[in-house]
Structure formats: structure tokens, C-alpha cells
Design a protein around this ligand. Structure first.
Ligand SMILES: Nc1ncnc2c1ncn2[C@@H]1O[C@H](COP(=O)(O)OP(=O)(O)OP(=O)(O)O)[C@@H](O)[C@H]1O
Ligand SMILES: [Mg+2]
Length: 408
């Protein structure tokens, strides 16, 4: 326990709340618990019923505290939901020192200037992520600190969310008796534990297929090109099954997880499955191939939406490191094949890294976001200041709005 610190990551998913607890040492991170609990009051990542969220959060944290045997007081929480936006921005500052040497403080000022963009009404900036700098006429600079010049310009990616959403989240956590250490856009956290530097440099996308949303984040040359939260998820596959088989959602979910595959070419055509097997009240039979075709169609819809987003940044079929699938929805059999056909890119299942754990579940793709939140929080602690020094930090403004928002 000596020289270690407990860090908690909270991922408020539309289907389930995921909590990961890590014990962080100087150069090591051990995940000591991963907990999942059904979430209520969240629709497509957006809080729609505060009371329900508070009650699900309380139950989740009780479960987590029972597992680890000590209380959790503060969390690093992921921000998600279909309202999250990303846009590019620029900030320019003059370097007025006689010797013209660029200091960390100048980078900070340039990032502040990049925040003064015209944000849509009722939106708050979550992150200002520096991409590339320009010093006088020299372009393509990754780290300007120590260089000399009179004009410093930063090109940054800004991530925003509806103020009301952030306020609701802060309120729910406050009501649960939890302090917020950091709020981090979920897709950034997921990418942190799934991707390595090489993939980010080459060009790669992460597709986090959740219950009712699919997060897309694209990197190239180490920078974020775009983020998008698509309003479709694995629940839509379940709904299609329920409609086709005229079953309840819970039966359809069971069928999807236990018999579902999206690769209809690989299933036995005529093998009949009796619906009675799942619910005494249900009549009839269906073939594995019929089921697979329904699932395949929905998966294609998800990938088509993702491909459309890639096309808007001219990256459709053009990501050398391919697309990495994560989230609970990525566990569907046959999904990699369907994604390859639809996206015409290399497709891989994501594997979380950057930690050790004795828990097999820590490698489950549904926990990638909660664990990524811990990894990002730890990195910020290790290099606090350095993230600003090298101009690559994403935490430059995290606490600012938080202070503005409390008390509720
Ligand atoms: N083995 C499996 N096969 C198919 N689907 C699965 C499997 N395991 C989980 N899922 C699906 O994954 C989905 C939940 O994924 P996840 O936990 O990542 O979502 P979430 O984070 O709660 O939601 P969101 O990210 O949309 O807010 C559910 O729809 C579930 O049916
Ligand atoms: Mg999720």
C-alpha cells in the first residue's frame, strides 16, 4: 500500500454502470476491482432521470465498496452522450519577451485563446486538445517550448457537451456523495487503454459499440481527427430480434448473446431453434441463419453510419492501422468479419493494456472506458505540468467549469 494511490474510474453507460478501481504505484497500475451494475435513467448516454441515476449510482458504489472493502470518496468520470461535439479551433498569442523564448506559460495562453471560439449556445468546453503549433512561419511543430519566435499559434481540437448535461452529471455524483476528480470525454479514455502510439501515428479508429450508442474516435499522426457519438448500439440489434421473433426484449437479448452471430454465411442453414426454450409462453421456431441475417443487417447499419463519418474526414477505407472494436457490443460473434466487409479496412478486437490485474474481467472490452479513465488520471498525476509543458495535455481546463457549476 505504501507509495500507492487508489484511483477510481466511472463509466455511466446506457446499459450498465461500470466502475474500475486501480491501485497506482509510481510506474505501475494494478486494477483491483471491476464492477458492473444495471443503469437506469440514462438514454443514449444522456441523463434523462436524475433520481434513477442517483439510485443506480448508489447501488453500484455500494457493490464496489463491498468488493474492495474500503470506501470510495472520489471518481474520475467519463462524459458521454449523443450531445458531445468536437470542433477545430485556433489560438494565437504574441511572445513579447525580449529573447523571444517560448515558455510553457505561452502554450497555456495559446490554448486559452483557442477556447474563445463561438461555441453553440448552452454548450461548455470539456477539453482543448493541442494538435500542432506554428511559431512565426515555421509550421508542423509538436512542442514549441524552448523555441524562439514572436508569434505562437496552436491548432486544437475542442470537445464540448451541453452545459445542462454536465450539470446533471455533477449533481448526480454530488447526491451520491462522490467528489469528482476529473471529467474526461469517454472516448479519449477508451482510446488510451486500447491504442498504442504507432497506431495513432499511422491512422486508426476506435469504435466503441455500447448499449445504445457507438463512439467513434479517429487518430492520425498522433492527433485526434474527429470524435462522433452515433445514436445506435447493440440494443438496436436486440430490438430487431425482438420484432422479428415477436419476443420480449429480455428474451431477444438472451438469444443475441447466446446464439447470435452476424456472420450468417458460417451458420447451419436449417438448424431449428425452438422459442419455447427461452420462454414457455412463446410459440414457433427459427433457424440460426434467419437470426444471423437479422443481426447482420443491423450491424451493417452501424458500420455504414461509422463509414459515413469516416467519409466526411476523407478516411473511409483509408486508415492503415484499421478499426479497433470495443465495448460490450464488440463481443458479438462474427462482428469482425461483418466490419471487414462493410468498412473495407483491417478490423481488430480491442485489448485493454497499460495495467496489470489478477481479474480476468479487467480484459473484457466493456470495461475499457472505466480503466482508461484511471490510466488517464494516473498519467496526469505522473506528469502533472509536463502535459502542459509538452503541449499535449488534455486536462488544461477540466476543473474550471466544474468550479463554476457547484453548488448546483
Ligand atoms: N457476448 C455478447 N454478445 C453480444 N452482445 C453483447 C455481449 N455481451 C454484451 N453485449 C451487448 O453489449 C451491450 C452493452 O455494452 P456496453 O456495456 O459497452 O454498453 P454501455 O456502455 O452500457 O452503453 P453506452 O456506451 O451505449 O452508453 C449490450 O447491448 C449487450 O447486449
Ligand atoms: Mg459505453
Amino acid at each position: 500500500m505504501a507509495n500507492s494511490k487508489i484511483i477510481t474510474g466511472l463509466d455511466l453507460g446506457s446499459g450498465t454502470i461500470k466502475i474500475a478501481v486501480g491501485q497506482a504505484y509510481q510506474d505501475e497500475l494494478e486494477i483491483i476491482a471491476v464492477i458492473e451494475h444495471p443503469s437506469e435513467g440514462i438514454n443514449k448516454g444522456v441523463i434523462v432521470d436524475v433520481e434513477e441515476v442517483v439510485s443506480s449510482l448508489s447501488a453500484s458504489f455500494e457493490k464496489a465498496e463491498r468488493t474492495i472493502g474500503f470506501p470510495i470518496n472520489s471518481v474520475n468520470v467519463g462524459i458521454s452522450g449523443t450531445n458531445v461535439l468536437s470542433q477545430e479551433s485556433r489560438g494565437v498569442v504574441a511572445i513579447s519577451r525580449a529573447e523571444g523564448e517560448i515558455k510553457r506559460e505561452d502554450v497555456r495562453r495559446a490554448l486559452d485563446a483557442a477556447q474563445t471560439i463561438a461555441t453553440p449556445p448552452n454548450y461548455e468546453i470539456l477539453h482543448v486538445i493541442p494538435k500542432i503549433f506554428k511559431v512565426d512561419n515555421q509550421i508542423g511543430i509538436k512542442d514549441p517550448v524552448g523555441m524562439t519566435g514572436v508569434r505562437l499559434e496552436v491548432e486544437a481540437q475542442i470537445i464540448l457537451d451541453l452545459s445542462r448535461q454536465i450539470k446533471n452529471l455533477v449533481y448526480c455524483l454530488h447526491r451520491t456523495g462522490l467528489e469528482i476528480e476529473r471529467t474526461i470525454f469517454s472516448a479519449l479514455a477508451t482510446a488510451e487503454t486500447i491504442l498504442d502510439k504507432k497506431q495513432k501515428d499511422l491512422g486508426v479508429a476506435v469504435l466503441d459499440i455500447g448499449e445504445s450508442t457507438t463512439h467513434l474516435i479517429v487518430y492520425e499522426e498522433g492527433d485526434i481527427l474527429t470524435v462522433k457519438i452515433l445514436p445506435i448500439g447493440s440494443r438496436d440489434i436486440t430490438s430487431s430480434i425482438a420484432i422479428a421473433l415477436r419476443s420480449s426484449i429480455s428474451v431477444a437479448e438472451m438469444i443475441k448473446v447466446n446464439f447470435g452471430t452476424s456472420d450468417y454465411r458460417k451458420v447451419k442453414k436449417n438448424e431449428q431453434i425452438d422459442l419455447k426454450k427461452f420462454d414457455e409462453g412463446l410459440e414457433g421456431q427459427f433457424t440460426q441463419q434467419f437470426l444471423a441475417k437479422i443481426i447482420h443487417e443491423k450491424c451493417q447499419e452501424i458500420f455504414k453510419m461509422a463509414d459515413k463519418e469516416l467519409a466526411t474526414i476523407s478516411k473511409s477505407r483509408k486508415l492503415p492501422a484499421g478499426v479497433i472494436l470495443v465495448g460490450g457490443g464488440s463481443k458479438l460473434l462474427g462482428l469482425v468479419e461483418t466490419a471487414k466487409d462493410a468498412l473495407k479496412l483491417p478490423i481488430f478486437l480491442g485489448k485493454a493494456k497499460g495495467f496489470s490485474s489478477e481479474l480476468k474481467e479487467a480484459l473484457d472490452p466493456k470495461f475499457a472506458t472505466a480503466i482508461g479513465l484511471i490510466i488517464l488520471a494516473k498519467e496526469e498525476k505522473d506528469h502533472f505540468g509536463a502535459s502542459i509543458r509538452d503541449g499535449r495535455g488534455i486536462f488544461s481546463i477540466i476543473k474550471k467549469w466544474f468550479k463554476n457549476l457547484l453548488p448546483y
